[in-house]
Design a protein around this ligand. Structure first.
Ligand code: SAH
Length: 290
């Protein structure tokens, strides 16, 4: 596995860390700004090898990480950024063996993050309404991993969520589509009690409608919304500082848990959940007894 073979997807990385994707095929040649390298010069080399192109340019050949793969794979729909792909499986508690419903498939980036998290004993069911996006996603996914436990369906998630033939409800529902509030009533039925709902939307009005819809069902509690900001740093000798540029906005993630109603309704306006996630041990006597 650590040596490249024909058919492998690899990335060539230059001195500025720019990455170029190619799929190795015996007998073919890769061209890069007027310089060439035979795929046969890469096949059989170990992951991480340095290679020299015809004009002398040196590059490193690597198997892409999942995050690098996602950023370079062909896109139909805009993919989620690695920072969101990393946090959704954690906050959604996507665990080995879980049954997960996802919509829409888009380019398949989130689908792959979910497949990695559920492992070979889990299942991911994904809905996509556009054929062209579904095809791009299928190619992206099968180029990177074995999609044996993926069920891809062409269907409008706003119209409902079908259970699999065994009629067992889903453990998790994960949504990245424009109007998740239209799926919320279906998620309320398709999720098992204790199951977790996660959705990602780019704008505040979408968050508001989503949370309203979750509250209206009365079966969702512990609703929380957050965003992630990833700030990378430049570390060069004594110049250690944040990078000048960052992705300042991608979207808001809303998480909720399906529970029996009566206890975990929305927080009263006057109470501030403030630092709950930072300092869970800070409860006062009053908090514990209220
Ligand atoms: N998370 C994906 C990107 C999803 S983009 C990724 O990481 O690659 C949103 C996708 O939802 C688009 O492909 C769009 O066609 C699809 N979509 C929009 N409305 C939908 C609906 N009602 N049912 C199913 N899919 C839908």
């Amino acid at each position: 596995m650590s040596k490249f073979s024909s058919g492998d997807r690899i990335h060539l990385v230059d001195h500025k860390r720019r990455q170029y994707a190619l799929t190795l095929k015996a007998g073919e040649t890769y061209q890069f700004s007027g310089q060439k390298i035979a795929h046969d010069a890469l096949i059989g080399r170990p992951d991480g090898s340095m290679v020299t192109l015809s004009g002398g340019k040196k590059m490193v050949a690597l198997r892409p990480t999942f995050g690098d793969y996602v950023l370079k794979m062909p896109r139909g729909a805009q993919v989620l950024y690695p920072k969101d792909l990393a946090i959704i499986p954690m906050w959604g508690d996507i665990h080995p063996g879980a049954r997960v419903f996802e919509a829409g498939t888009g380019s398949g980036a989130l689908t792959m993050a979910l497949l990695r998290a559920v492992g070979p004993d889990g299942v991911v069911v994904t809905y996509e309404i556009r054929d062209d996006f579904a095809l791009t996603a299928a190619a992206n996914i099968s180029r990177h991993m074995n999609p044996a436990n993926l069920v891809s369906i062409k269907k409008n998630a706003y119209e409902g969520i079908d259970l699999l033939d065994d009629k067992v409800p889903f453990d998790r529902v994960v949504l990245d589509l424009p109007e998740p509030w239209q799926v919320v009533p279906h998620a309320a039925v398709a999720l098992r009690s204790g199951g977790i709902y996660v959705s990602f939307v780019p704008t505040v009005p979408q968050v508001m409608r989503t949370v309203e819809a979750l509250e209206r069902t009365t079966v969702f509690g512990m609703i929380e919304t957050f965003e992630t900001l990833l700030r990378t740093w430049s570390v060069q000798g004594r110049s250690v500082r944040p990078d000048h540029r960052m992705v300042a906005h991608s979207g808001f993630i809303t998480v909720a848990r399906k529970v029996e109603s009566g206890v975990l309704g929305p927080m009263p306006e006057s109470e501030d959940r403030g630092d709950e996630n930072l300092a869970r041990t800070d409860e006062t006597e009053e908090d514990l007894h209220s």
